[in-house]
Design a protein around this ligand. Structure first.
Ligand code: ATP
Ligand code: MG
Length: 249
């Protein structure tokens, strides 16, 4: 990937870098062309949020980190956009929190599954789940229901960045503690999450890791208190308010 072509001083550096990564992901066969459209939608919301982690998102990221540390089994679900945007950051988050990584695609093809798994391994992942596909999410059609039985299938906590609304709802109905990263607080994915993180996945994942590191020595009770204090309705309302008020300062 040639990321040097965009000068860091460019006022829209982050946004251009993001586009470049998605484009490279499509070229590499890890991101679908539909992923380009999803990226465009996300970018519009990010623009309105001021391309920053708003305070309510930072709180959500801290609660998500606490939830990951409390989990019996946490899984980070990775799709083609996430693999293109922040593969190394996903690997570090999984390492720091002891979580598993599972590839999970809306438009599932074995070829793309393999490519994403390879790409994650190139970025330091040891085990990548998702290829066994021996588990099912109830209530979804065959291809989209596929998960690994010993991954998302058995996990009590799942982080699903940029998940599609249907599957996010179905996972929540399975009783899992679901953490969603989505720049649109009105999307069904964000609305169905126990912990909705309204932030760019490129900022959200490393910030969750930072929080997990600083909570390393926290007691179980402290972690439980952090999760309990998180108010999902308030977080969604704060994000929507930030977008509607359009304060780009
Ligand atoms: P719904 O959730 O309402 O069913 P959808 O999931 O079908 O909608 P898509 O366009 O498929 O809608 O999903 C893309 C979602 O991912 C959008 O809500 C968009 O804001 C979000 N998104 C795209 N890029 C990013 C990113 N880099 N970080 C965080 N969220 C993103
Ligand atoms: Mg969605």
């Amino acid at each position: 990937m040639t990321e040097v072509e965009v000068p860091e001083s460019h006022p829209r550096y982050e946004s251009l870098l993001t586009r470049h990564r998605i484009e490279a992901g499509v070229e590499k066969g890890i991101t679908s062309r539909q992923g380009l459209i999803a990226q465009g939608r996300g970018e519009a919301y990010d623009y309105l949020l001021g391309e920053r982690t708003i305070p309510s998102a930072d709180e959500a990221e801290r609660a998500a980190a606490a939830q990951f540390l409390l989990a019996d089994q946490a899984v980070v679900s990775v799709n083609g956009n996430v693999a293109a945007l922040c593969p190394g950051e996903v690997v570090v988050l999984a390492e720091v929190t002891g979580a598993d990584i599972e590839v999970n695609l809306f438009n599932r093809t074995e070829e793309r599954m393999e490519r994403i798994a390879d790409h994650l391994r190139e970025h330091g992942a040891r085990d990548v789940l998702g290829l066994a596909a021996d588990g099912r999410i109830p209530g979804l059609d065959h291809e989209r229901a596929k998960v690994d039985a010993d991954g998302i299938g058995s996990a009590d906590t799942v982080l699903v960045p940029l998940e599609d609304g249907d599957r996010a709802e179905a996972l929540a109905e399975m009783g899992k503690t679901e953490i969603v990263v989505d720049l649109n607080p009105m999307s069904r994915s964000a609305q169905s999450a126990s912990i909705p993180i309204v932030d760019n996945v490129m900022r959200a994942v490393p910030n969750m890791t930072e929080h997990a590191r600083s909570l390393e020595d926290a007691s179980e009770q402290e972690l439980r208190d952090i999760v309990a204090a998180f108010d999902r309705e308030a977080a969604l309302a704060a994000a929507e308010d930030a977008i509607r008020s359009g304060d780009l300062g």
